[in-house]
Design a protein around this ligand. Sequence first.
Ligand SMILES: *Cc1c(COP(=O)(O)O)cnc(C)c1O
Length: 395
Amino acid sequence: MTVRAGREFLALPGPTTMPDEVLQAMHRPALDIYSQQMIDLSDGLHRDLGKLFATTGKCYIYIANGHGAWEAVLSNVLSRGDKLLVLESGRFAVGWGHAAGLMGAEVEVLKGDWRRAVRPEEVEARLRADKDHTIKAIVVAQVDTASGVQNDIEAIGKAIRASGHPALYMVDTVASLGCMPFEMDEWGIDVAMSGSQKGLMTPPGLGFVAANERAQAVHKTANMRTPYWDWSEREGTEHYRRYAGTAPVHLLFALRQAIDMLNAEGLENAFRRHELLGEAVRRAVGAWTEGQVLGFNIAEPSERSNTVTTVTVSGGHDPKKLQTYCKEKCGVVLGTGIGDLQGQAFRIAHMGHVNAPMVLGTLGVIEVGLNALRIPHGKGGLEAAASWLGDNVAA
Ligand SMILES: *Cc1c(COP(=O)(O)O)cnc(C)c1O
């Protein structure tokens, strides 16, 4: 017997739930890619991406996932043998660095910890020690979707500037753009990248990059450039060159709709919604931890992300069984533990197109699973989430 008829609910951190309006926006013929309508659609999206990243720098749209956008960034600003400093706080910045290594860069990982955020003072100390400026660029993820950490990108930017080091500051916002504040120009970020399928509620398949003038200057002499990713190749009067070929018309329609929905809600409201729902999840998990088996992966409460919560499972209990139960019996797909946390955690996504019933429903299903599998946990998680929302979403 199951209780899972109907639509399966994705509570894993990507791809996330897409609004029906976004799905419907794609249900139409392709555009003439040389038409004014196409140019207007595309120009509008490039402009709006600049607003989302909060930059006056140039924006690029690639037919790619996040891994593609990583490569886009690296190939445009690095030269073979350049040193890249990776700020570790989980899996994703390290993955970005891994790609750079395969492309011919020298990669140094500033050793972090899967249980905490990047420490800005450690970044500053490392940069001050690099007196000859051998480090050419620094990469970090705003939210690491594996560990569930939220890094203080503004503080890291200040630390980089305080060191006086000229390395490019490059930030992965795949699991955060549209869900929490991000101020590319104000925080001193030179390059930012993201993807369509998480906070931006759009089908997988679009990668976004924004680059300021400093990055554009480095780009001029970078020697890892290849035609598809190359920013310079995307200049020029013919609009199609911005896509190095045929534009992904339907994904652009979808993105248009998703950004319109974000703007209609108001970006600040969307950030606040993520904060409220993220805290609701944390209230529930907090109650569960009293059973001594479940725990927050991120030790420090202020470093826990508003878009994903990574819950550790100990005492010989298998998180994969919980994940399978929730999916097969109840139709809710949780994220599993990945990387260092494989087999030791599950993840609850609360990013993008999420609302109270989705989050409370997910938390309720997890409680069903914990009960069914006899995994010890403190009672009252769902109630704690509901009370917190009731106290904080004013009547
Ligand atoms: C999902 C994710 C990526 C990778 O994106 P793909 O589209 O799966 O290639 C990169 N960085 C972060 C922070 C992510 O959450």
